[in-house]
Design a protein around this ligand. Structure first.
Ligand SMILES: [Zn+2]
Length: 299
């Protein structure tokens, strides 16, 4: 498997919350600590033990109380998989196990098996969606969970139902006629970190339109054709990355759009040399961006 979050192993169960006093022995629980303060909003860590995030109620110790509400995520092997999510700091509370650590999703993708990483990614996306749809966007009344993780407005005069949405993004290796690849970096990234070009789909666009627009906006390069390669669920918080390889027609670079601090063409030999000297850092192997770069390197 070339990158993470591609091994979906959950089969669906009726979506609901259950309280911890209704847990069965065969249930397995992901324990997610989310941070809700402004500085760390969006950050999260999972409790892991023995390279495992699917834990028993007993293993959670003080982290779980009978009134806690858990989200049913689905079925995995012989167990219902449930999510216990807390947004106060719980990492110092006692557990019945000695945790390996509290790991974020990137570390889980690097250390744990592919199916568990994908379950954790699914948990983050579903948890985020439910947390942000507690109230109806039309009338402001509270909503409740329904089939397929929908949420329905509880106001009888409204009853609007919403389903989880996935945000599509495109990501592409842009190659010129000298077999060089186009890399860029955002000013906020770690020093010397570079990647391929990416961006979100807008309403009314085809994926092909979006690929051409993003490459032009971010780098000034005009493309002539694109070919779909692969996709990756991207739980930050609820996207899918659609991966393409693209041929450039006009290669002149112009980064006046401000999204990228720098963009340049680089050959395979030069990239390998700069990578070895640590002059250039590539994306981690969990990401489809690295997969696209590696595919170009290998051909
Ligand atoms: Zn409503």
């Amino acid at each position: 498997m070339p990158f993470a979050f591609k091994s979906q192993a959950l089969s669906s169960l009726p979506a609901s919350y259950i309280t911890a006093d209704k847990l069965r022995k065969s249930d397995r629980i992901l324990c997610l600590n989310e941070y809700s303060n402004e500085e760390q909003r969006g950050k999260h860590k999972f409790l892991t033990h023995d390279k495992n995030i699917l834990l028993t109620e007993n293993q959670l110790g003080e982290l779980i109380t009978p009134t806690d509400k858990l989200l049913v995520l689905g079925q995995y092997r012989d167990s219902r998989i449930l999510l216990l999510s807390k947004n106060t700091l719980i990492e110092n509370q006692n557990t019945a196990i000695q945790p390996d650590n509290w790991l974020d999703i990137r570390s889980i993708a690097a250390c744990l098996d592919a199916e568990q990483s994908t379950i954790a990614a699914t948990a983050i996306s579903l948890n985020h969606w439910h947390a942000h749809h507690q109230f109806c966007g039309l009338c402001g009344h509270s909503t409740d969970i329904g089939t397929e993780h929908s949420r329905s407005c509880q106001n009888d005069a409204c009853k609007q139902t919403r389903f989880p949405r996935v945000d599509p993004a495109v990501i592409m290796s842009v190659i010129n006629d000298k077999d060089e690849i186009l890399l860029g970096r955002q000013a906020s990234w770690d020093e010397n970190r570079y990647s391929v070009i990416a961006g979100f789909l807008s309403y009314g666009e085809t994926l092909e339109d979006c690929v051409a627009r993003e490459v032009k906006e971010e780098t000034g390069v005009i493309i002539e054709s694109c070919q779909y390669l692969a996709s990756q669920p991207w739980p930050f918080p609820g996207s899918i990355m659609l991966g393409f390889t693209v041929k450039a027609k006009k290669q002149a670079i112009n980064t006046t759009d401000d999204e990228l601090e720098k963009a340049f063409w680089i050959s395979k030999d030069e990239l390998l040399k700069q990578k070895m000297n640590k002059q250039l850092l590539l994306p981690p192997s969990l990401s489809i961006s690295r997969y696209l770069i590696d595919l170009w390197l290998e051909h």
